[in-house]
Design a protein around this ligand. Structure first.
Ligand code: SAH
Ligand code: SF4
Length: 362
C-alpha cells in the first residue's frame, strides 16, 4: 500500500490496530509531510521494529523517475514518472523570477508580480477521456485515474527536491495530464491531505483546479465552498466552435457551464478564471473576443489566454504576440480582464496540453 494514500485519521486507526500509541501516527505524518522522508529508515524517532513494519507494509514512492528534462533556460523541469502498472504521468515545475533560484533568468524576463514563485503542475489521471483535439493528453486517450496518494506523491517529490535547495513549492496547479473533475474524489482527497495543518500545510488558495467544464462537479465544488481557485477551459465563445475542439461540449453547452460558474461565484464570492488557448484564425479574432466579452459580462471572472502549444495531432497554429495583444485589448475594452500567459517549457514539450506521457514526445 502507498503510504500517501492514507489520510491522518486512517493512519491513526492503523496504528491503533497495531497497538501503537497514538503519537506514533503523528510522528509518521510529520516525517512524511514536514521532513519529506521517503523511506522507512529515515524515521529515526521510531523504534526499529516499527520502522521494519512500515517498510514491510508500505511503499513510499509510487513511481520511478523515468526521465527528467530541464528547459534550455533552466526555468522549467518536466519529470516523467512510471507507475507500477507502467502507465506514465508527468509533473512540471516552473520557476518564476528568482535569479537566486536560477541565474539564467533575469527578473525582467519574467513579468511583473512574478517574483519568487515555484509553481508545480501535476497530473490527476494517466491520459484523459475528454478528447480535446488540441491537447496531447486528449490525443492519447484515457488510461486510468490516479489515486489520491499518487497525486500527493507528485507534490512531495518536488517538495523534497526543492527542500534540498532550501526552497518550497509556492503554487500547485492541477493542469497536468487528466481531468481533475473526472477523478473528483481522489483529487479533493489529495488537496485535503496536502492542506492538513499538522502535515504539509499547503494553503487551499495556493491550489488551482482546471476543468474542461463538467457542470455537476462545478456545482458540487461550489457547494463545498472550497478556497481552491477554479479555472475553466473555455476556448470558444459559441457551441458550434467549441464542440469542434472539445467533445465534452456535446454534453455540457457553454450556457450551462457559465450558469454553473455564476453559481460558483455566488456561493464562494471567488472569481473564476477562463482559460483560452489562442489559435490563429480560429478563436483569436476581435469578433470572437467581443462575443466572449458579451457572454461573460456580469460574471466575476478573468480570462487567461495562452498561445496554443503545438501538439502532433492538431494542425492549428499559435496566435502571434501582436494578435494576442489585440485580443486582450478587445476583451478589456469590453470590461473583461485578460492576461496573456507566457509559454513555458515548449522546448521540452512541457507546455499546457503537451504532456503526452510518451518519451517519444520529449
Ligand atoms: N483537464 C483539465 C486540466 C488539464 S489541461 C482542463 O482541460 O482544464 C490544462 C490546460 O491546458 C487547459 O486549460 C487546457 O485546455 C489547456 N491546453 C490543452 N492543450 C493545450 C495546448 N495545446 N495549448 C495550450 N493550452 C492547452
Ligand atoms: Fe483532458 Fe484537459 Fe487535455 Fe481536454 S485539455 S483532453 S480535458 S487534459
Amino acid at each position: 500500500m502507498l503510504i500517501y494514500d492514507l489520510d491522518f485519521p486512517a493512519l491513526t486507526e492503523l496504528f491503533k490496530s497495531w497497538n501503537e500509541p497514538a503519537y506514533r501516527a503523528k510522528q509518521v505524518w510529520q516525517g512524511l509531510y514536514q521532513h519529506y522522508y521517503d523511506s522507512a529508515e529515515q524515521f529515526t524517532n521510531l523504534p526499529n521494529s516499527l520502522r521494519a513494519k512500515l517498510a514491510e507494509q508500505f511503499t513510499f514512492t509510487p513511481f520511478k523517475v523515468k526521465v527528467f528534462q530541464d528547459s534550455s533556460d533552466g526555468s522549467t523541469r518536466k519529470t516523467l514518472f512510471e507507475l507500477p502498472d507502467k502507465n506514465l504521468i508527468e509533473a512540471v515545475l516552473m520557476r518564476y523570477g528568482d535569479p537566486a533560484d536560477n541565474p539564467q533568468i533575469t527578473p525582467s524576463s519574467t513579468g511583473r508580480g512574478a517574483k519568487n514563485r515555484r509553481t508545480l503542475c501535476i497530473s490527476t489521471q494517466a491520459g484523459c477521456a475528454m478528447g480535446c483535439v488540441f491537447c496531447a493528453t486528449g490525443q492519447m486517450g484515457f488510461k486510468r485515474n490516479l489515486s489520491s496518494g499518487e497525486i500527493v506523491a507528485q507534490v512531495m517529490y518536488y517538495a523534497r527536491l526543492l527542500h534540498k535547495e532550501d526552497l518550497t513549492v509556492t503554487n500547485v496547479v492541477l493542469m497536468g495530464m487528466g481531468e481533475p473533475f473526472h477523478n473528483y474524489d481522489h483529487t479533493m482527497a489529495a488537496i485535503d491531505r496536502l492542506n492538513d495543518a499538522d502535515g504539509y500545510n499547503f494553503g487551499a488558495r495556493r491550489f488551482t483546479i482546471s476543468t474542461v467544464g463538467l457542470v455537476p462537479q462545478i456545482r458540487r465544488f461550489a457547494d463545498e465552498k472550497r478556497q481552491v481557485n477554479l479555472a475553466i477551459s473555455l476556448h470558444a465563445a459559441d457551441d458550434e466552435a467549441r464542440v469542434e475542439m472539445m467533445p465534452v461540449n456535446k454534453r455540457y453547452k457553454i450556457e450551462e457551464v457559465l450558469e454553473a460558474c455564476s453559481y460558483y461565484v455566488m456561493k464562494t464570492s471567488r472569481r473564476v478564471t477562463f482559460e483560452w488557448a489562442l489559435i490563429n484564425g480560429v478563436n483569436d479574432t476581435p469578433e470572437v473576443a467581443k462575443k466572449l466579452a458579451a457572454r461573460l459580462r456580469g460574471l466575476m471572472c478573468h480570462v487567461n489566454a495562452i498561445p496554443l502549444n503545438p501538439t502532433a495531432g492538431y494542425s492549428g497554429k499559435a496566435t502571434d504576440r501582436a494578435r494576442a495583444l489585440i485580443f486582450k485589448e478587445t476583451l478589456e475594452q469590453a470590461g473583461i480582464p485578460c492576461t496573456i500567459r507566457m509559454r513555458r517549457g515548449i522546448d521540452i514539450q512541457a507546455g499546457c496540453g503537451q504532456l503526452a506521457g510518451a518519451q517519444s514526445s520529449s
